[in-house]
Design a protein around this ligand. Structure first.
Ligand code: C2E
Ligand code: MG
Ligand code: MG
Length: 730
């Protein structure tokens, strides 16, 4: 309490301030100012000792007035503050100082204070007064605002150096700030937009995702992100929008064209990858499908059938299997005569019919060529037989593929007793199929044990035939034919036989089909040709005697055939007109291929005969265009001569053959009636058991003396053949 001036000082006080006259303030106004001033006031001596203090000064300094007076020189200031000395100097020079100094509290702590100090004369001596105001709060505030300014500057700095574009907007949509990046990329200057309404400054934002998001953030106070196209600058932008504390929003946005392009590229790559994966899966599925299915008909193939049967048996191990082996009759003929394309179409049609005839649980497969297999699971022999009958009936339906084809099918059936063994059943059904074919085709046959032996024999035949070719077990017999007009032997036909070491002499039908199936026919045919040509060489002295050799279509398909025939003729020194080759009718049909080979053979001077004429598919047009010298009428027509119809057919064949300039030879003449009829019909030559059986060259009836001996053993008709004497001397 600043009442010290009015107070009687005690002795001790007065002792301490002996040199100092107690300053006395007179006048109530000053006293009031002093006492109640909001600033601290100290009265000091010129050398800085406190002489008095007001109430506020005591509060600020945390001391009583007496304590302050007792502090001595400069006791209320922080003497470390360099400005204190400066203040004293200034005061000494000019009498007054004003500035901020650090003052010291009674407890030793310091605080900033705005200090005004000046001198005055109280009428007795010079004094100083010091008013001070606590600046702790002000200083802190100043520091705070400096910090705020620094932070703001930093924010602006970073906004400016940012790669993001930035636009700040206040709560009234006025643009408050736009950074340099935004100026640059949007092509505007901040001077023209700051203070403007956002939507007026940037009208292209209206109606876009940007507008919607900005408005949402402004109204909800929740940050948002938007990706959209800003048409005015043709920019794809991603904008992040934040509510500002003082109201309004801050919009950071950046060009994402690069990212979008990368994303699109990534998406494109993903799509390409997906497509590639799908294609690979398809290809794999395709491969799997192809591995188990027949390409032409879409039916299962052998591998697919085996898999399916295994799968079925896995679920029903006790189920009995029945296998139907189906083969089209004379399909080879269609294929050879009308070409593979027609053959394939026929197979497709038949496959469809077969699949339709089979039940949904039956497994239908094509094993290649015209071989089809149906596996029936757990059915009775009757229903299997019914299916076979249906298949045969379905095969009889004509097939219209350009031409109208009539084919039939044969079926071999085998049923399993005991544990299912598909391999064995297939072999057995195959053997049964052969039986069905042998029995006249267009029928079904069940496997029995006799067939088992037969099928084994076929397998063995192939093995043995390979050996036979190495060991020279094939022999060639010759069957003569007689010229009906000149009554003499006109030619001989070479017929192969196999002298089998165990089975004896085998006829060609026992092994030629196997040779054709296995490709051994080329070696076999080569051996027959060379033997026949050698033999013909031995008969070279007999005038006009020609040797006919049977050739399979496969042999004719070999482009080397004409050359090797030429070579054989040359090495035997045989003129080409002494040789003829017999081909089946089917060869004619393949004009492009086999008929070309015929031409080349004929060009050598070798004659060509169509064997078994009438049993195949040759059109008259094709026959007339083909290089044919002789037509050999199949013995089935000769056998039919007893009927008027048979005679009429034969007569027309003769007329046709003569019309194209070909000779006609009738085969299989067994009776005199037949021979007489043939002679009457104008057939040129005839052969058959009636006249002479095939035999070894040295045993030929022509090897015996004179016409007596010829007619004698063969018991021939007197109208037939007088053998030239020379033929007998081989
Ligand atoms: P093909 O060429 O039509 O031969 C005539 C067949 O009829 C011969 O049977 C012959 O022995 C037989 N034959 C002759 N006269 C009569 C008769 O009055 N009555 C009866 N029932 N048959 C008679 P073979 O020797 O068994 O030959 C059968 C077929 O084997 C031949 O029929 C021919 O197509 C084929 N063949 C024979 N040798 C060869 C050959 O070296 N190569 C080829 N690729 N096939 C051959
Ligand atoms: Mg023949
Ligand atoms: Mg024949």
């Amino acid at each position: 309490m600043w009442n010290c001036v009015n107070r009687k000082r005690n002795r001790a006080d007065i002792d301490r301030v002996t040199e100092i006259d107690v300053w006395d303030l007179t006048g109530s106004v000053y006293e009031a100012l002093f006492t109640h001033g909001v600033d601290g006031v100290l009265i000091t001596s010129m050398d800085g000792r406190a002489l008095g203090a007001n109430k506020r000064a005591c509060e600020l300094l945390g001391c009583s007035e007496a304590e302050l007076i007792g502090l001595g020189r400069d006791g209320v200031v922080d003497r470390r503050d360099p400005r204190w000395g400066e203040a004293l100097q200034i005061r000494a020079r000019g009498g007054a100082f004003r500035g901020v100094l650090r003052m010291r509290r009674g407890d030793g702590s310091t605080f900033p204070a705005e200090v005004t100090t000046a001198m005055f004369d109280d009428g007795v001596r010079a004094r100083a007064y010091l008013t001070f105001r606590d600046m702790t709060e002000a200083e802190a505030e100043a520091a705070r605002s400096a910090e705020t300014r620094r932070a703001a500057a930093e924010v602006i700095d970073s906004l400016e150096s940012f790669s993001y574009m930035y636009v700040g907007v206040d709560g009234d949509w006025r643009v408050t700030y736009i950074n340099a990046q935004a100026e640059l990329r949007l092509g505007i200057s901040r001077d023209t937009v700051v203070g403007e309404d956002l939507w007026e400054a940037f009208p292209a934002l209206l109606g876009t995702g940007f507008e919607a998001t900005y408005r949402r953030v402004m109204s909800t106070g929740e940050a948002g992100t938007v990706e959209a196209h800003y048409s005015a600058a043709d920019l794809w932008c991603e904008a992040r929008v934040y509510p500002l504390r003082r109201g309004g929003i801050g919009i950071y946005f950046r060009d994402i064209a690069g990212r979008r392009a990368a994303e699109q590229e990534r998406e494109r790559l993903h799509a390409a990858e997906r497509a590639a994966r799908a294609a690979a899966e398809r290809a794999q599925h395709d491969l799997r499908h192809r591995a188990t299915h027949d390409e032409l008909t879409g039916l299962l193939n052998r591998a697919g059938l085996v898999q399916k049967v295994e799968a079925v048996l896995a679920g029903r191990p006790a189920a009995g299997l029945t296998v139907a082996f189906i083969d089209l009759d004379r399909f080879k003929l269609v294929n050879d005569s009308l070409g593979h394309a027609v053959g394939d179409r026929l197979l497709e049609v038949f496959a469809r019919r077969l699949a339709a005839a089979a039940g949904p649980a039956d497994l239908v497969a094509r094993f290649g060529g015209d071989e089809f297999v149906v596996v029936l699971v757990g059915v009775s022999a009757e229903s299997a037989g019914r299916l076979a009958a249906e298949v045969i009936a379905a095969s009889r339906e004509p097939v219209d593929i350009g031409a109208r084809l009539l084919v039939t099918a044969s079926v071999g059936l085998a049923a399993g007793a005991g544990p299912a063994d598909l391999g064995r059943l297939l072999r057995e059904a195959d053997a049964a199929l052969y039986r069905a074919k042998d029995a006249g085709r267009e029928r079904a046959a069940w496997f029995d044990q006799r067939m088992h032996a037969e099928s084994l024999r076929r397998v063995r035949t192939e093995q043995d035939l390979r050996l036979a070719l190495d060991r020279d077990e094939l022999v060639v017999e010759y069957q003569p034919a007689f010229d009906l007009r000149f009554e003499r032997i006109s030619h001989v036909e070479a017929l192969v036989r196999w002298r089998h070491p165990v089975r004896g002499l085998l006829p060609p039908l026992e092994f030629i089909p196997v040779a054709e199936e296995t490709g051994l026919i080329h070696r076999l045919g080569g051996q027959v040709l060379s033997r026949a040509i050698e033999q013909a060489g031995r008969w070279a002295h007999i005038p006009d005697l020609r040797v006919w050799v049977n050739t399979s279509p496969q042999q004719l398909a070999d482009p080397e055939l004409p050359r090797s025939i030429g070579a054989l003729l040359a090495s035997a020194g045989l003129p080409a007109e002494r040789l003829g080759i017999e081909v089946t009718e089917s060869v004619l049909a393949d004009t492009a291929h086999l008929a070309g080979a015929l031409e080349r053979v004929r060009a050598l001077g070798v004659a060509v005969a169509i064997d078994d004429f009438g049993t195949g598919y040759s059109s008259l047009a094709r026959l007339s265009a083909s290089p044919v010298d002789v037509i050999k009428i199949d013995r089935s027509f000769v056998a039919d001569l007893g009927t008027t119809r048979g005679q009429a057919v034969l007569a027309s064949i003769v007329t046709l053959a003569h019309a194209i300039g070909a000779h006609v030879i009738a085969e299989g003449v067994e009776t005199l009636e037949q021979l007489t009829a043939l002679s009457g019909l104008g057939v040129d030559s005839a052969s058959g058991y009636l006249l002479a059986r095939p035999s070894a060259a040295e045993d030929l009836p022509v090897a015996l003396e004179g016409d007596r001996s010829l007619r004698g053993p063969a018991r021939m008709h007197s109208s037939v053949a007088r053998v030239p004497r020379a033929l007998g001397t081989s």
